[in-house]
Design a binder for this molecule. Structure first.
Ligand code: UDP
Length: 240
């Protein structure tokens, strides 16, 4: 990946990034490690927005599959993302990084409500802003929440931290001969139904010309390397 003049980025992590090697929930050591990556990026001069999923705690689809009302289950999923956001805020502040959590579902005693202009001020003051509760609406995912916030906050790129080093034509964990892309268009990702982010999130990034940088967050020091144009990553972007 070549170095790009990114200044403000949105980092999207799935809830699994907070889970570590556990099967469920939050592993504080894993959150601390990822917080270290975020601090390094901040210290390198980047403005950082964060969105963390909730799949390590609850997914609406899983609840619905077991007979729950889908919207209710999705609200539970959104609440799960707030727990992850608070865990990350705690880990970042222990490292001395000023952080604010803003939730799309207002919960005044816990964190700020999402207010775009206020988030902008936080970023200008050098704070990391964690956007919790996704879009605030059921039937969406935190990938869509991340794409939406990246557009609203005028981020230069959406960094998607995963457990693989980019986008492949097939699941590289299941197929040893899967082919990896250095760069790929939004259209090909959508057309080939590649598992980068859900289609609504990809389409929103395409409409707003926000490149998606897919990289492995599990490798220590990788976020800083990829930001510096040195690490392995796939860039989703381009004309279509
Ligand atoms: N969710 C939602 N609306 C949103 C974002 C999330 O309803 O805008 C719910 C949905 O149930 C989802 C859960 O929150 O399954 C957790 O988010 P997600 O699955 O995106 O987490 P990740 O896979 O990134 O860990």
């Amino acid at each position: 990946m070549s170095a790009r003049p990114f200044k403000r980025i949105l980092l999207k992590l799935s809830g699994e990034a907070a889970m570590g090697d556990q099967d469920f929930g939050i592993d504080p050591r894993m959150v601390q490690r990822v917080a270290g990556e975020v601090k390094a990026a901040k210290d390198a001069g980047y403005e950082l927005c964060l969105v963390i999923g909730g799949g390590n705690i609850f997914r609406g689809m899983a609840g619905a599959a077991k007979g729950m009302d889908r919207a209710t289950a999705d609200y539970m999923g959104m609440l799960a993302t707030v727990m992850n956001a608070l865990a990350m805020q705690d880990a970042l502040e222990q490292l001395g990084v000023e952080t604010r959590v803003q939730s799309a579902i207002p919960m005044a005693s816990v964190c700020e409500p999402y207010i775009r202009r206020r988030a902008e001020r936080h970023l200008q003051k050098g704070r990391v802003v964690i956007f919790a509760a996704g879009t605030g609406s059921p039937y969406f995912t935190t990938d869509s929440g991340a794409a939406l916030r990246a557009a609203e906050m005028k981020c230069d790129a959406l960094f998607k931290g995963t457990s693989v080093d980019g986008v492949y034509d097939r699941d590289p964990k299941a197929h040893a001969d899967a082919v990896r892309y250095d760069s790929i268009s939004y259209g090909k990702v959508l057309g080939d139904n590649l598992k980068v982010m859900d289609a609504a999130a990809i389409a929103l990034c395409r409409e707003n010309d926000i490149p998606i940088v897919v990289f492995n967050i599990r490798e220590a020091g990788n976020l800083a390397r990829v930001l510096a144009g040195e690490g392995r990553a796939t860039i989703v972007g381009g004309a279509n």
